[in-house]
Design a protein around this ligand. Structure first.
Ligand code: NI
Length: 195
């Protein structure tokens, strides 16, 4: 039994474009600096915004230990940079001066576009690299915290609907992460939604 599992893990690992850990760490730090500068002054739950970004990247790193991603080096960078295009004035072209096209493309897929319906936004992510779907789920795992005080019951219900849509459309990309997201959604419903 154990042998079989080892073999399975090996095949999964073989498929991945595995960069050496020190290289991943260097790229992690580079993206972290860039994101910290870009989000400087922004807050997340009254803390520097970079806390959110690091939490998402840590989710991605842990997920990779359970179910290897196809390209962890790019995935951690995309996770750290995932809100740069959406929430700062930095453009795609500017990012391309510092990061590889695959990284910038991943960030672009995760960026909500004005006028693009939510289902189309999720569909774009789904059609992209599976790692990007995993990152989107990791982002939602982190965001399913106590809702901001100014949110109405409808806002909360809408956010919950959106989370269920993420699970339905992107859950295929990782069994481990989708299970973890499902637990967070259930907790959110239990704690913050009135029946
Ligand atoms: Ni985010």
């Amino acid at each position: 039994m154990e042998k079989k599992m080892e073999a399975e893990i090996e095949t999964k690992t073989e498929k991945r474009n595995a960069a050496p850990p020190e290289e991943i760490q260097d790229f992690y730090n580079k993206a972290l600096f860039y994101a910290a500068r870009a989000h400087n002054g922004q807050l997340y739950a009254n803390l520097p915004y970079i806390v959110h970004v690091c939490m998402v990247a840590d989710e991605v790193l842990m997920a990779d230990r359970i179910e290897p991603l196809s390209n962890l080096k790019d995935a951690v960078q995309i996770a750290l940079l995932h809100d740069v295009l959406e929430d700062t004035p930095i453009t795609k072209d500017e990012m391309l001066e510092s990061f590889e096209p695959n990284v910038v493309h991943g960030v672009d897929l995760l960026t909500k576009k004005e006028g693009l319906p939510l289902s189309a936004y999720f569909q774009r992510i789904k059609d992209g690299d599976a790692d990007v779907s995993v990152i989107k789920m990791c982002d939602r795992i982190i965001n399913l915290q106590r809702p901001p005080v100014h949110w109405t019951a409808e806002d909360i219900a809408e956010y919950n609907e959106e989370s269920l849509m993420i699970l339905e459309m992107l859950g295929w990309s990782s069994e481990y992460v989708s299970k973890r997201l499902r637990v967070k959604v259930e907790l959110y419903e239990k704690m913050f939604m009135r029946k």
